[in-house]
Design a protein around this ligand. Structure first.
Ligand code: Q0Z
Length: 299
């Protein structure tokens, strides 16, 4: 049985920030409550209906990856349990059902750590124009969705409105405290290598992904992996059997929804159309499949 989608929250905690999909609350002087709702966006617009269990599936994937990569770098994950919450917060969380993480409060670096292993999206556009991606030269003759010779780091700034903007590594370094950008960059590339090798063995190509890092004030400012990690919302997941260089492969999670929206001729401006039950169900199946293939667990 599927429970209804959880698209809005009414938690009796100090609210810090809302994303299109996620919510952030203050918990203690050293910890935050990070919640993944069941909201879904497509073409940068949040849909009127949520995808039941999406928040649980994405939280489960993040928690899985935090465990599977903790030998590479420190991360902000503290607990996904209800018993670890301060007593006053426990009642508030009851209904979240696996959609929350308690995380260390960090001083966030103002840079998105994007790592790309395949030539797609803005990277493919950039390559066609310049022969490289974000100033990184690449071999001639690559086609859309080709695998890159090595994963590349393409930092971006966090836009408050609109799209993140690609910047050079030198510009990224200027925005971060001395010495931190390179540490986080090397972590990001190593995380991508670990995760993409693992996912490939389970039939999923991790085409690219975006990490966020912060500095832990309680641990001498050490560079610490934050946010959600290696989920379909922060990455491109392709079914390996549909990958064909020269074509733009379908995304494992949002393709059905995007194709349906494209078929309607929606202008990609809010409000988005109501999603019929079949679109919700088929989209949900893509998230369930991503979760089950990667974690080896069933929902
Ligand atoms: C993450 C975001 C949103 C969810 C701030 N461990 C941390 N320490 C301090 N700040 C953050 C984290 Cl993860 C932090 N974000 C992005 C926004 C919902 C995450 F609305 N912002």
């Amino acid at each position: 049985m599927t429970s209804p989608a959880l698209t809005s929250l009414e938690l009796d905690l100090p609210h810090l920030s809302s994303g299109k999909v996620r919510e952030l609350y203050d918990l203690t002087p050293a910890s935050l409550l990070f919640v993944a709702t069941d909201r879904i966006s497509a073409y940068d617009v949040v849909m009127p209906q949520g995808i039941p269990d999406k928040g649980r599936l994405l939280t489960g994937m993040s928690v899985f990856w935090f465990g599977a990569t903790s030998d590479i770098c420190p991360n902000h994950f503290l607990s996904a349990g209800v018993d670890d919450l301060p007593r006053a917060a426990r009642a508030a969380i009851g209904g979240l059902d696996g959609r929350h993480m308690i995380v260390r409060k960090l001083d966030m670096l103002p840079v998105e750590f994007v790592v790309r292993g395949y030539l797609v999206g803005s990277g493919w556009k950039d390559y066609q124009r310049t022969g490289g991606v974000c100033g990184i030269p690449l071999p001639d003759g690559l086609v859309e969705a080709d695998r890159l010779p090595e994963p590349i780091f393409t930092p971006a700034t966090k836009a408050t409105v609109g799209h993140d903007e690609n910047i050079s590594e030198a510009e990224a370094e200027e925005l971060c405290p001395p010495g931190t950008l390179k540490v986080a960059r090397d972590y990001a590339i190593e995380l991508y290598r670990r995760a993409s090798d693992y996912a490939r063995g389970r039939g999923i190509i991790l085409a690219d992904t975006k990490f966020e890092f912060g500095l832990d004030p309680n641990r001498g400012g050490e560079v610490t992996l934050a946010d959600e990690v290696l989920t379909p919302d922060s990455s491109r997941f392709w079914p390996a059997d549909a990958w064909e260089p020269g074509t733009n492969p379908p995304s494992l999670d949002k393709q059905y929804l995007r194709d349906w929206l494209d078929g309607l001729g929606w202008d990609r401006k809010p409000p988005a159309p109501d999603l019929p039950p079949e679109v919700v169900e088929r989209t949900r199946a893509g998230y369930v499949e991503s979760y089950e293939r990667l974690t080896g667990r069933s929902l």
